[in-house]
Design a protein around this ligand. Sequence first.
Ligand SMILES: Nc1nc2c(ncn2[C@@H]2O[C@H](COP(=O)(O)OP(=O)(O)OP(=O)(O)O)[C@@H](O)[C@H]2O)c(=O)[nH]1
Ligand SMILES: [Mg+2]
Length: 654
Amino acid sequence: MKIALTGNPNCGKTTLFNAITGKTETVGNWSGVTVEKKEGSLKKKYNPKKEDVTIVDLPGAYSISPFTGEEAITRDFILDEKPDVIVNIVDGANVSRSLFFTTQLMELGIPVIIALNKEDILNKRGDEVDKATLGKLLHSKVIPTTATSEDGLLNLMNEAIALGKENKTQVAPKFEGKESADSDKKRQKFVDEIISKCQVTKRRVDEVTFSDKVDRIVAHKWLGLPIFFLIMWGVYTFSIEGLGGYLSGYFNDVLFGEVVPEAANGFLEGLGVSPILQALIVDGAIGGVGAVVGFLPLIMVLFFCLSLLEDCGYMARVAVIMDRYFKKIGLSGKSIIPMIIGSGCAIPGVMGTRTIEDVNERRMTTILTPFVPCGAKLPIIALFAAVFFPESTWVGPSMYIIAIAMIIIGGLLLKKLFVWENTSMFIMELPEYKWPSLSHAFKQMIDKAKGFIYKATTIILVCNTFVWFAQAYSWGLNPVEDQSLSILASIGTVIAPILIPLGFVGWQLAAAAITGFIAKENVVATFAVLLAVASEEALHLPGGALAELFTPVTAFAYLVFNLFTPPCFAAIGAMNSEMGSKKWLFKGLAFQFGVGYVLAMLVTQIGSLIVYGTPATGFVPAIIVAVATVVYLVTAIKKADKERERLQELEMSA
Ligand SMILES: Nc1nc2c(ncn2[C@@H]2O[C@H](COP(=O)(O)OP(=O)(O)OP(=O)(O)O)[C@@H](O)[C@H]2O)c(=O)[nH]1
Ligand SMILES: [Mg+2]
C-alpha cells in the first residue's frame, strides 16, 4: 500500500514523514524545503500489524495545477502513480489557506484523510478548529496531530491504513458552478464558508502578535541587513574561531597530530608490516583523513547554530530581507534559500533552486549558489586561517562577505552577459517565530557529522591513498626519494603554469587544487599527505609546513581560488541536472572559473603590492590576463546589449 503525504509548503510533511519512518530527511522552517519525492517504510511502532506500507513524502504545493517545478512533482506523482491513500496535512496554524488544495485532492478519486497538524500551536494560541464539522463538510476523517512530538500519529496511521484497505473514495464536496471558468473563485468561497463554520478564533484579527513586533525590527527595511550580518558574524566567529575552532585545534594537534598516528605506528610496527605499507597507512590514509576529520567539531558547532537560527523562523525572514536587494540584480528573494542551504552543502542548495519559477533567475541562482562556502570548504578556511592569520578573527567571516559580494557582482554580470529579461514576483509565507528545538538542532548536527565522517572515510580516504601513492612513486612504479620526481609532481607541473599569474608557484599547489575538484576537503588532506612526507613541521601550526609554500597574501588568494572556482564534481552534477541545458552548464562553469581565477589573481597581485611593496611572481602574465578579461567583458556586454536592442525592436514591430 502506498500512502502519500501532501499539503502546503511548511505544513510539517517531512517532520511527520521522519517521525513515522525513522528517516532523517531535511526539515526547515520555511517553504520549499523538500524538492524531491522521498520514500520510506513505516517504523514498527506505527505499523503493529506489519502491513506492507510505503510512505511517500512530497514537495509542498498550494494547488494541483502546478506553478513551480517541485509542485509539478507532487501533481505528477499523485496523478501517475495513484497512491492508495492521500494523507493531506493541514497546517493548523493556517487552515484557511490549506483547504483550497484539500478540496482539489478530494476530487481525484483517491481516498483522502486529513491530518490537522501543529495542534500544539493552535492550543497555545487558544484557537480551535471544530474537527467534527470540518470532517462532515469535507466528507473525510480529520485527525489532530503534532508531528514534532509525534502526538496523534499512531491514530493517523491506523486510520490511513484502514482507509487504504477499505479502498472507498469519499464523495468530493460539491460547490456551485464547479465546471465554470471561474471555479477557483468559487472554490475559495466554498473554503471560506467552511472556515466560518469550523474555526473558532479567540484572538482578535487586528492583534499585533509577538512575531509582528519582532519583524518590525528584524525584517526592517534598513536594519534587516546589518542585523543579518551581525548574526552571521557571531555564528561564524563562534564556530570557526571560538568553541568550534578550539575543539578542532585539539583534534588536529593532539588527537590526529600525535595520539592516533603514534598508536597506529606502534600497532603496525608490532605487526611487522613493511615500512612502505606503514607509510601508506599512517601518512596517506590516516594523515589525509585525520587532517579533514580534525575539523569535525567546528562543523558540528556551526550546523548546530545554523539549525537553531533556521528552526526559530529567522532564516525565512532573511529571504524577505534579501528580496529587495536580489530583485535589483536579477535574482529572486527565493534565491537566498538555496544559498543558505548551500552553506551546508552546494548539492542540496543547487537542487533547492527548483522552487524559483523564472528560468533565468533559477539558472543564475544555480551558478551563484556554489560561491557560498559549503561545509567541505570550511576545513580549508580554518586551516589557512590558523596557519597564516592566527591572531585575527576576520578571515572566516571575510570569506562569507566576499561570497555575498561575488553573488551580487556575479548576478549583475550574468544578467548583463546572458539574460534578456526576467519576470517574477516573490511570495513567501512567514512562519511564526518559535523557540528553536535543541533536540532538532542536535539531530541535524549529528546528521551532518555522520555525512562528514562518511565522506572522509570513503572518497577522501580513497583519494588520499592515491595521493600518497602518486607522490611516492614515479611513472615507472619505482619509489622516489625526491617528491618532485613523482607521478603527482608531473601531473601538477602540467597544470602549474596556469596558476602563475595568481602567484602560485609549485606543483603541490596545483595538485591540491585538482584533488579539490573531487571533494573540497581534499585540498587540506592533500597538503597533509604531501607535507607529512616532505617536512618535519606540523601542518596546522602558525608558520608550520604550509608556510613554506605561501606568503600570507598568496595564502589568502589560494583560499579565494578554491572557494570561488567551480565546486566539486558532485555539485557540478547537480548543476547539470538543474540547468537542463548543457550550454548553460558550460557558461556557468566558465563563469565560476573566471570569477575564482581573476579574484585570486587580484588578491595576489594587488595584495602583494600593498603589503610587501613589490609585485608577486607572475605580475606580467597577470597584467596580460587582466587586460584580456576587460576586453572580453566589454565586447561581450556590448554584444549582449545589441541583442537586447534587436529583440526589443522585433517586439515593437510585432
Ligand atoms: N509547533 C509545531 N511545529 C511543527 C509541527 N510539525 C512541523 N513543525 C515545524 O514546521 C516546520 C516545517 O516542517 P517541515 O516538515 O519541513 O515541513 P514540510 O511540509 O515538509 O515543508 P516543505 O518540504 O517545504 O513543503 C519545521 O520548523 C517543523 O519543526 C507541529 O506539529 N508543531
Ligand atoms: Mg518537506
